[in-house]
Design a binder for this molecule. Sequence first.
Ligand code: AMP
Length: 657
Amino acid sequence: MSRLNDEKPFNSPAPWRGNEERAMGTYKEFHRQSVERPEAFWAEQARLIDWERPWDQVLDFSRPPFARWFVGGRTNLCHNAVDRHLADRAQQPALVYVSTETQEQRRYTYAQLHTEVNRVAAMLRTLGVNRGDRVIIYLPMVPEAIFTLLACTRLGAIHSVVFGGFAAHSLATRMDDAKPALLVTADAGMRGGKVIPYKPLVEEALKQAQHPPSRVLVLNRGLDPTMPRVPERDVDFATLAREHEGAQVAVEWLESSEPSYILYTSGTTGRPKGVQRDTGGYAVALASSMRNIFTGKPGETMFTASDIGWVVGHSYIVYGPLLAGMTTVLYEGLPIRPDASIWWRLVEEHRVNVMFTSPTAIRLLKRQDAAHLSRHDTSSLRYLFLAGEPLDAPTHEWISSALPATQVLDNYWQTETGWPLLGPCPGVEARPRKFGSPGTALYGYRVKLLDAQSGEEVTAPNQKGVLVVEPPLPPGCLSTVWGDDARFVSTYFSHFDKPVYSTFDWATRDEDGDYFILGRTDDVINVAGHRLGTREIEEAISGHPGIAEVAVVGVKDSLKGQVVVAFAVPKDASRMQTEEGRAGLTREVMDTVDKTLGALARPAQVHLVTLLPKTRSGKLLRRSIQALAEQREPGDLTTLEDPSALEQVREALKPRE
Ligand code: AMP
């Protein structure tokens, strides 16, 4: 074992010494080093983790745009997140679980986490899971979910977490793409005090899937006594856990580029993309981000209020804080239940130092009584990071003044990047924050703005362009699309003449190099920080036998950023004639989305029309529909085939008596 991490990396800041030690201009130099001498820079960052075998080559970019980091090096995420800390912090809490749904609280030290993860690894092995096999994890926010993720990476198995809010069809399509050896699920989750059965939906997904796994490991929380069971296929988690009490499973050392996980995300087609993450590059990027961006010290506490089903959960509930030797808080519950002070109570009780959530959650809290915030001692909280969607200035200002001891910092990234792309880097240098902007390009990323038509670089300040990254992408970013290298290239690197990674976001950059995100260049909707594809939702709605055609757009919303609005053409126009008929069909359309994709994708409004606005070549005029729904001008209509279609949209949007 080469304990490279014993030496302090060159030029690498020690955030706990205080930023005041660092001279102004340091970050610029840090970033310059990272992009001009990436191999030297990342070799130093790589000392933050343990390597069983050192790499032969820091970067292999011989087959652009594919980048392989730390080639030949062998490491393991679970070892670095758990085993590595046993020497120094075995008795320190690694994981604190709080559920305001089941009223449970559990605490695991690093030693206990090690025991649990070993046990689950042994269970998975008994069920036939080997290195390279895929395991779908469809679990609520419970400690067993974290044990299972870590057990997979311990074995070199590839986990693919599917967000618990997704419905049967979404789960089935992910199974068909990942072809898992095992599915791990629970009887139910809980939300707002209501039991949400998982198992019936899992059964439905298994029925729909072409490649269902042969075994299903079921965590029975005792929430759903009517849970359907298939005895010859289902395995009870607790029973198997008892059989593997005290089991030890050796870490499987992986070559750095071997996949650690797949996380599906939406794009412009109806088919979700499997973002594939490597092992060594991801571990290094996260360990480095914990130090330089999130400033998390070993022994401190991080509370990321997100879900393990999203990339923020993977990186900053599970791996990031544990790689850094911190205590991570896993919270199952709503931010406003039992009341809107619950998060701040957790901050006080667990002396949280770094927190991470989404702007939507803060907007939700902003609607509650501000007194909730002052009820608890939040003085331990140094930083609150917000990401996933645009952070509007009023929300940023409000939460900044409500938490006077805390710096509230916006940061921008994507499922694909795995860690922030734009944002502050307070572990290197504290810079004044700018409301409305996540900040500058983060180290490792060569960020540019390109003109959408000409592909020329936009260099003048405050000019709009497409936000792109010049490859090689830094460690931690997706290495490919699972099972589809061609899709990786065609989706992300084929928009311009030159091969650059497109983020699909519009942005501007000011004189100081700070970026402002203006919205997506594609038809992707961002609801409460979660990405949904318009095509996916349209395909789900088209699955309703009574619907002939549909257009889905994202419409501005003061709480969730955007909401889904659908315009559907019924096959039988008579269903539109009565108020009752319209209401019935609207409800059925919403239910179809709930059942197919999950309530997350449910349209906030469904409008029934007999015609959709299209160009003469038959292309949907989504932008014009969206503009009308946001009370804006519909834009260029020279290609519109039938003006009455747009009139219908206008009419449908009028508030009814
Ligand atoms: P996801 O992959 O689901 O995390 O969604 C990534 C997308 O969310 C980005 O491409 C942006 O459109 C949006 N996004 C994420 N963070 C921010 C931010 N801080 N400000 C503005 N938009 C953001």
